[in-house]
Unconditional design. Structure first.
Length: 318
């Protein structure tokens, strides 16, 4: 089968098309003929080598979520799964393939009204947005700033905050056009990437959800209101600066909270319950797809993501 593997860590050009043996589902697993594969920020971090300390080696196949049709099941799995359209989490890899295996308890059936591309757009991103806002103890009537709002994590965060009753939803993005699109999704104020604005956006926020991190993170910690909470859910710009502790004086004076969040800390059953509600439309989210590319254009997909100019999810299709 066709797959995409990391031949060399670093730039997107280190990805290559390879032929691998077709897998067979082990006990407790299903085999999925993929129709759509989500391209995520963690894929880029692994490919770049930033997570080399976690045991990733050359030959690793990126991709953590797929949608498609179950074509076989392993021992102990209900045979009625065969022929059903599903969304599935494959773990920290194994998704950039024509045939994917996933644990049966990491699979959800898809409603007929939801396309495979929209499923991988909502799937993990919607879950992270939901639980990141919960981790920040967001409540109706509070103001929210979403940093890095035009990406696949930022967009559902904007929508959930707006539809959850936020008094204001400010966003950082790189252009007026992207700002206008975010306003259509629920943003009330548009800031540039530094946090500067020319409109009447609030100076302070009760909650900041940060997808970017990097050296400018302290600037957004300083934008919190007293008792405000900043939760970082991504590191597009790299880890926070080493001198982050120097901002503790301000944090103490204003009783601020700084936290990181990973969906890995949320029980799988709770994640699936949220995904099921979002797939069914019970939690209204508009899936935003930036581009749909053939699987063998994974290099192009990662180049687009690295450009910082994407708006929404990039999806690969075999």
């Amino acid at each position: 089968m066709k797959a995409i593997a990391i031949q060399k860590f670093g730039s997107p050009e280190g990805l290559a098309v390879v032929d691998l043996p077709a897998p067979s589902p082990a006990a407790g697993q299903v085999l999925i003929t993929t129709e759509a594969i989500g391209v995520g920020g963690v894929d880029a971090l692994i490919r770049s080598g930033a997570l080399a300390g976690y045991g990733f080696r050359t030959g690793h196949v990126p991709g953590s979520e797929v949608a498609g049709t179950v074509t076989a099941v392993g021992a102990g799995v209900d045979a009625s799964w065969v022929g059903r359209r599903v969304w599935a989490v494959t773990g920290t890899g194994g998704g950039y393939v024509e045939l994917a295996v996933a644990d049966a308890d990491a699979v959800l059936p898809l409603p007929d009204t939801l396309s495979a591309a929209h499923a991988v757009t909502l799937g993990t991103s919607g879950v992270v947005a939901h639980f990141a806002l919960r981790h920040a103890r967001f409540a109706p009537g509070e103001s929210v700033l979403v940093r890095g709002a035009a990406g696949s994590l930022g967009i559902p965060t904007v929508q959930l905050a707006a539809r959850g009753g936020a008094s204001a939803v400010a966003v950082t993005t790189s252009s007026a056009e992207r700002g206008d699109r975010l306003r259509e999704l629920g943003a009330t104020h548009v800031l540039d990437r530094t946090g500067a604005t020319t409109d009447d956006a609030p100076e302070g926020y009760d909650v900041v959800i940060d997808v970017v991190a990097g050296p400018d993170l302290p600037r957004f910690l300083d934008r919190l209101n007293p008792n405000g909470r900043l939760v970082t859910v991504g590191m597009i710009a790299g880890p926070p600066p080493a001198d982050l502790a120097t901002h503790l004086t301000t944090a103490f004076r204003k009783s601020l909270s700084f936290a990181t969040f990973s969906a890995d800390t949320v029980p799988a059953a709770s994640q699936r319950a949220v995904s099921a509600r979002q797939f069914a439309g019970a939690t209204p989210l508009d899936p935003v797809v930036h581009a749909v590319l053939p699987l063998d254009e994974a290099v192009r997909a990662h180049q687009l993501m690295a450009s910082g100019e994407t708006f929404g999810r990039i999806v690969l299709v075999p």
